[in-house]
Structure formats: structure tokens, C-alpha cells
Write a protein that binds this ligand. Structure first.
Ligand code: USQ
Length: 382
């Protein structure tokens, strides 16, 4: 398979490049270094020293003899994207080329405008590049569980059959986002659904929950191959932040009551989900939606788990409930259906004590690089 990975330098993008390359597929990697530049601008660099994408591809080739072709460029530039599509004719495109942070999208007008423009134009360009460059190409888009919000009914896998005044039809599950970033993910699902109906695209939309971890079989080969790992308030996800906070001796930042519940998954399982979707693609004219999570936890449950293992390792972990800077329900119903990826063959790595211990061990090696000022800046939703 030829796989085009857009947003290849990011936390998920780079391990995905390695995962496909290791399994013998031809990988073309594209990134514009948005998140590196934003991390420098906001003083929240990766915990782990991370060579740039070109250097990492060279390191990978030295170690394995496998080549990843890198293009540094912006997917909002349609001519660039189309030329890549025409040159490589990918079988699959994996779309990570979005501004991925809810807090970033809520900083102010400039960041909101960037998020809206970047996330919608990249998605639009991909739909056009597939149509004009290789109409058979399977689009795998990273969506988010946050598109559904926290409704007071079960969350189905993408679609909902509705009976209204004696008639039935099937619709995308109702969505109500909790940040501008999540709103753009709803909008890009809508864009792809529109063009799937118009042009018979084949699309898989992976509605992913917050990811944790910094280790895959491929990134473990060499420290220089590890993912760009955020623990800061802007780009870090909650469990990744809690582990680094515990290592730094900083009280865990539980927002509000901490009963907010989300569906989580290990970084290794993101790799599996994307790979299983690519090797068993959607049909032409199908928007296939999978809910991408392996288990649900409240923020409090995560904090307790981190404290238990951290204390056992001698970190004396404190938990601090702070005023929630976000606007979100702190007590809510949460029951998600997610059987589709299991049916494709997903074998989950659940959040065991052993996985947490291993996470502490790796993170502890970078303790002297932790910037405590990045943990909390109070980016407010109001
Ligand atoms: N939270 C805390 N303390 C923190 C950080 C977060 O209590 O220090 C809480 C938040 O208030 C929220 C929950 O933890 O209730 C999850 O927050 P998060 O920062 O881990 O995740 P979120 O902002 O929702 O976004 C992340 C990724 C995004 C992805 C999304 C999946 O950055 O790209 O789409 O997870 S989901 O949350 O299911 O929408």
C-alpha cells in the first residue's frame, strides 16, 4: 500500500509513519511544523528532544533500511497537495493535518480563526485532491469523540436511526461540540459526508477519545524516534499531563469536580485502529464511522490511578481540584458504543498498573526537561 500521512510530525503522525513503514508499506509524510512553531511561540516544547521530520526519517532509514519520503509543506496549499497526489497516487491518505487542541482554539480570535481556516481548508483540499488526483484513494480522517459531546442518551457508532411521525431515516448522530476545535471536527465530518454523497469518496472517520502514552514497538527502537510529547495545558491530553505532573511533584490539575468522563485509548491502539481501517477500507460512496476508544474513565478515576502508582514509586502524588477553566458538564451520563474496530481486529492495550508504571519510568528519564510553568495557564472558555 502507498500511504500518504498528512500531519506526519505530530504526536500521532510520526508513530503512524513508522507503523506502516515497518509493515512494508510505502509512506509519504507531509507536515508544515505548525505544532513545533506553536510550541515555541507558547513556550511548551516536547518533553522529549525530538529531531525534525527530515532527521527522523533519516534515523529510521539508518536503523531499518526503510525509506519514508518527506515533504515539508502546508496542506492548505492545494497546488502542493494535488502535486503530491498526482505524483504518488496513494491508496490511503491519513488526515492528521489539523490544529488538534481544544484550548488552543479558545485562546483568542487569532487562534480561533487559524483553527477554523486550517482544519476546514485542509479537509476540503483532501476531498478535491482525491477527486482530481486519485478517486479510488481511501480517506482516513481523525475525528473526535468530542463531536458528540456528552448527551443524555447512549452514543451510537456514528449513525442514528430516527423515527419521526411514523417514518424512519438514518442520520449522523447528533453532535454538540464543547470547543471551537471540536466544532471544526464536526464541520469537517460534514464536508466529507457532503463530498462522499456528491463524488462517491471512500471515507473512514475515526471518532477518537484522548490518547495517552509515548511508546510503540517502533518508537521504542531508538530514543530519537519517540513521538513529539506534550504535557502542557495547550497541547497535552489529560493522562499524559497527570503522569508528567506526578513526576515533577506538581499537584494533578483536576478541572472542576473531575466527574467529566471520556473514552481513552493507548497510543499503540491508535496505530492499530488506523492500520486496521487502512487494510480493510470503506467502500466507494461510504462514510464509515468508528468510535475509537477502548475504555472510559472520569478525570478523578485517572487521577486516583496515577496517584496509586506514583505513590508506589515514591513520588508522593497530590491531587488538586481547581476551578474549571472550560465550559463543560462535570456530572453527566456517558455510555458509548464501540464495536466496529474490535470487529476489524483491534486488540486493546488497557490501562493496567504495569502500563502506568512503564509510563512513569520513561517520563522519569526526562524529569529535568519538565517546564512547570507550562502545566497551567488558565486558558478560559469564557
Ligand atoms: N482535564 C482536566 N485536567 C487537565 C486537563 C484536562 O481535568 O489538566 C479534563 C478536561 O476538562 C476534559 C478532560 O480532562 O474534561 C479531557 O481533556 P483533554 O485535554 O485530555 O482532551 P480534549 O481537550 O477533549 O482533547 C483531546 C485532544 C483532541 C481530541 C480529544 C478527544 O487534544 O485532539 O480530539 O482529546 S475527546 O476528548 O474525546 O474529544
Amino acid at each position: 500500500m502507498k500511504v500518504l500521512i498528512l500531519g506526519a510530525d505530530g504526536y500521532l503522525g510520526w508513530p503512524t509513519c513508522l507503523y506502516f513503514s515497518q509493515r512494508g508499506h510505502e509512506v509519504i509524510a507531509v507536515d508544515n511544523y505548525f505544532h513545533r512553531n506553536a510550541a515555541t511561540e507558547h513556550d511548551c516544547e516536547s518533553l522529549i528532544p525530538t529531531p525534525d521530520l527530515v532527521q527522523r526519517a533519516e534515523i529510521w532509514e539508518e536503523l531499518t533500511g526503510k525509506k519514508i519520503e518527506v515533504h515539508i509543506g502546508d496542506v492548505t496549499n492545494y497546488d502542493l497537495l494535488l502535486s503530491i497526489f498526482k505524483k504518488h497516487k496513494p491508496d490511503t491518505v491519513v488526515h492528521y493535518a489539523e490544529q488538534p487542541s481544544a484550548p488552543y482554539s479558545m485562546i483568542g480570535q487569532k487562534e480561533a480563526a487559524f483553527t477554523l481556516q486550517n482544519n476546514l481548508i485542509t479537509t476540503l483540499n483532501i476531498a478535491y485532491a482525491v477527486k482530481e488526483g486519485n478517486p479510488d484513494c481511501h480517506i482516513i480522517k481523525l475525528g473526535t469523540m468530542g463531536e458528540y459531546g456528552t448527551p443524555n442518551i447512549d452514543i451510537e457508532e456514528g449513525w442514528l436511526e430516527i423515527e419521526h411521525k411514523g417514518r424512519k431515516d438514518k442520520f449522523l448522530f447528533p453532535r454538540q461540540a464543547g470547543s471551537l476545535y471540536h466544532t471544526t471536527k464536526i464541520q469537517d465530518t460534514d464536508l466529507l459526508w457532503f463530498y462522499t454523497r456528491m463524488w462517491d469518496l471512500r471515507v473512514t472517520d475515526l471518532m477518537q477519545g484522548p490518547v495517552y502514552g509515548l511508546s510503540t514497538d517502533e518508537t521504542d527502537l531508538d530514543k530519537r524516534l519517540m513521538p513529539y510529547f506534550h504535557y502542557d495545558e495547550i497541547f497535552g491530553t489529560v493522562l499524559n499531563r497527570f503522569i508528567v505532573q506526578a513526576v515533577a511533584g506538581y499537584p494533578l490539575t483536576v478541572f472542576g469536580k473531575g466527574n467529566q468522563t471520556r473514552g481513552f485509548l493507548n497510543l499503540k491502539d491508535t496505530m492499530q485502529c488506523v492500520y486496521l481501517s487502512a487494510t480493510q477500507p470503506a467502500d466507494l460512496g461510504q462514510l464509515r464511522v468508528f468510535n475509537q476508544l477502548t475504555e472510559s474513565f472520569s478525570v478523578n478515576q485517572l487521577a486516583e490511578k496515577v496517584k496509586k502508582i506514583g505513590d508506589r514509586l515514591g513520588y508522593n502524588v497530590k491531587i488538586n481540584q481547581i476551578k474549571n477553566p472550560r465550559v463543560e458538564k462535570e456530572d453527566h451520563y456517558y455510555n458509548v458504543h464501540y464495536t466496529g474496530l474490535m470487529e476489524l481486529g483491534l486488540k486493546p492495550h488497557y490501562l493496567t498498573d504495569e502500563i502506568l508504571e512503564n509510563f512513569f519510568t520513561i517520563t522519569g528519564q526526562y524529569k529535568n526537561r519538565i517546564n512547570k510553568d507550562a502545566f497551567f495557564r488558565g486558558i478560559s472558555w469564557k
